[in-house]
Write a protein that binds this ligand. Sequence first.
Ligand SMILES: NC(=O)c1ccc[n+]([C@@H]2O[C@H](COP(=O)([O-])OP(=O)(O)OC[C@H]3O[C@@H](n4cnc5c(N)ncnc54)[C@H](O)[C@@H]3O)[C@@H](O)[C@H]2O)c1
Length: 449
Amino acid sequence: MSITPQSARVTSFLEKVEARTAKIGIIGLGYVGLPLALLYSEQKFVVTGFDIDQKKVDTLANGGTYIVRIPPTEIQDAKRHGFSATADYARVAEMDAIIICVPTPLNEYHEPDMTYIVNTVEAIAPYVREGQLVVLESTTYPGTTEEVVIPILEKGNEHGLKVTRSETDHGYFVAFSPEREDPGNDTVARHDIPKVIGGVGETATRLAEALYGSIFHRTVPVSSPAAAEMTKLLENIYRCVNIALVNELKLLSQRMNIDIWEVIEAAKTKPFGFQPFYPGPGLGGHCIPVDPFYLSWKAKEFDFHTRFIELAGEINNAMPYHVVSSVVDALNAHKKALNGAKILMLGVAYKKDIDDLRESPSLTIIELLQKGGAVVKYNDPYFAFVGKGRKYDLQMNCTPLENLGQYDCVLIVTDHSDYDYPQIVRESRLVVDTRNATKGITAPNIVRC
Ligand SMILES: NC(=O)c1ccc[n+]([C@@H]2O[C@H](COP(=O)([O-])OP(=O)(O)OC[C@H]3O[C@@H](n4cnc5c(N)ncnc54)[C@H](O)[C@@H]3O)[C@@H](O)[C@H]2O)c1
């Protein structure tokens, strides 16, 4: 094949990645984008982070951090390797690769809120240049890259540049590659999580494989961005549906006086065909309660009703209500009403040992308990204060973990490892445990729900 300027650009991109001289721009420096920026920085790439949140940009510029599990020393090391953060999109033009990691929440009608993706792509479109690679990582419905991202990029480019699907045409390259991180899960190192990639055309896939191959041990190419978008949703819907299944079986097991946790432990000894999922107070986080509804929304365009997703959502969304009715029953057994009861909630994060409150079921539970007249306080080593979130505005301060006997009920919603559960049980009058955190402790004041 003759060497055209574009194929020379492709070669140059691959050589720069190999030599670690490619400049990488990460847009959205949150739970996904900041760790990704640090991974590239560790591999000696010069990384520029872009964020509209000036407070985050300033914190990073000062060598600080805003994510508990990332110590400031990691930011300072990255800065020594050339990492910087900015809110100036004009600098996108300097990059060889741009990776977009902005939020994809649901709006008040439970539909995809695409404003973050749309605003980001509109902001970078003028600066995207020939031979650059643009990758979307945000979880979204199949079709987003081709139907939303590309039209905005093409409309907004100052030079009239278009996406190219081949090595011989002019333009820039576009791919989708979902983030698969599981915060707080240290069983698999981040670079051991295979990276799924779907490019718009084979060359885009090849460039994205080179880019991610420099930090991930394995890349998994698929035939299109839509296949990669759907892969991520399949993974999260699988979790959502299986958690709903086990939540439903927990409710039945309680009526039958069977311990579902014991059953799961026994079932998981089967060496094939079974993967354990655990019941809890409801779904939380930016992914599992949200992502499945991106697909059910898109499915409507195809006159298709995603019944598993809807049913799983119904069961999982009912779990905070189950927790509250369990508290009411437990108080009742102590001849106490919910109205006026003093309740200490342990853990507000959506899962153990992380500093993430998004979509946490604890917020719904607090609201329901307060509506029932309870006086609710919380303790969480990861949150000194709970202010305004997407749905709730609680304005509560963390209460010290002391004098537990003063509460009518201590409610375990998040099973952080820092807690001394035997001591909590010893000092409390009544413990309602939604996570089996008190496993192995036998005491009459524990109610597992
Ligand atoms: N958090 C996870 O564990 C996880 C795991 C897998 C996938 N994801 C997906 O990754 C994406 C990002 O999630 P996250 O948890 O990092 O979100 P986040 O809210 O922690 O971070 C997003 C960042 O993007 C910034 N931002 C918003 N609009 C911007 C814009 N126009 N330009 C520049 N920056 C902008 C925000 O200020 C914020 O710092 C989502 O689609 C999410 O579904 C998240």
